[in-house]
Design a protein. Structure first.
Length: 294
């Protein structure tokens, strides 16, 4: 049994923490919002702040919304750095800036700690089912120590490379997801506008080379108009902003990513920021003055 710290018990963090406790580990926790009943009932120890989590645990996991939140959890007042001692491991499982990640890792190393960036994909469903995809950056020997914990939270676990490589992999993932949603939306919208049954078109496409998980799941959402969030548009906007900011820092052009971001921005401007990211199709529908299924 290991002593694990977990900071950030939101939609994703809470079930991930519960799965660690189910795996037989002692968990020391802190979160800014209301403390989830599921985590307290599982037997987690509640700490007053992130520094106390770091003092109690040998491996400290952060799972918070964005880059500034990670920086605050690690280096803010009563942050992890205040309670960190030599040899402890910090694992950031948030989705944040790859550039900032390298700076955070450097600062943790100066305090004698080790650092892994390990963002995830799979949403709330994957977090609850312990089937997340986990993309890791850091040293092999540190990864080997933490891998048994990753295996309690996910299925597809890959050490991609050095610190920051996990985050850049997550950014790449979100580019592919956004552009594929956009492609599926365009295809189904065109078919519907031409008078075809979009549901039947989707069914036919699933039997060919155009098939994808996004066509299967998000294409169905588009046809059935079920945009209750699995992954909110505002979160995907944040991830594409990371992609575009990193690209600008590296001198790389990502024209299609920029277009996808503008489509998300259109949805947000029409009150859709809290909808599932499959609702990107609504921006296309607005421009076409046609809704799939009409």
């Amino acid at each position: 049994m290991a002593k694990i710290g977990f900071i950030g018990l939101g939609i994703m963090g809470a079930p991930m923490a519960v799965n660690l406790i189910k795996g037989g580990h002692e968990l020391f926790t802190f979160t800014r919002g209301p403390f989830p009943k599921s985590v307290s009932e599982a037997g987690a120890t509640v700490c007053e702040n992130s520094a106390e989590v770091a003092r109690q645990a040998d491996i400290i996991i952060t799972m918070v919304p964005d880059t500034p939140h990670v920086e605050d959890a690690l280096f803010g007042e009563n942050g992890v750095a205040a309670g960190l001692s030599k040899g402890k491991i910090v694992v950031d499982m948030s989705s944040i800036s790859p550039v900032a990640t390298k700076e955070f890792a450097k600062r943790i190393a100066e305090l004698g700690g080790e650092y892994l960036d390990a963002p995830v994909s799979g949403g709330e469903v994957g977090a609850k089912a312990a089937s997340l995809t986990i993309m890791v950056g850091g040293k092999q020997e540190v990864f080997d120590k933490v891998k048994p914990l990753f295996e309690l939270m996910g299925k597809n676990i890959t050490l991609v490379g050095g610190v920051g490589d996990g985050q850049i992999t997550k950014v790449a993932n979100q580019i592919i997801v956004a552009l594929t949603i956009e492609a599926v939306g365009e295809a189904l919208l065109l078919a519907s506008k031409a008078g075809a049954d979009a549901a039947k078109v989707r069914e036919a496409l699933m039997g060919g080379f155009a098939n994808s998980r996004i066509l299967e799941v998000h294409g169905e959402r588009m046809v059935k108009r079920t945009f209750d969030p699995g992954f909110r548009i505002e979160l995907h906007q944040k991830d594409l902003n990371l992609a575009l900011t990193t690209a600008r820092q590296l001198g790389v052009a990502l024209p299609s990513t920029a277009i996808a971001q503008e489509l998300f921005n259109t949805c947000a401007a029409h009150g859709g920021s809290g909808q599932d990211h499959s609702a990107l199709v609504r921006a296309l529908e607005i421009m076409a003055n046609h809704e799939i299924g009409q």
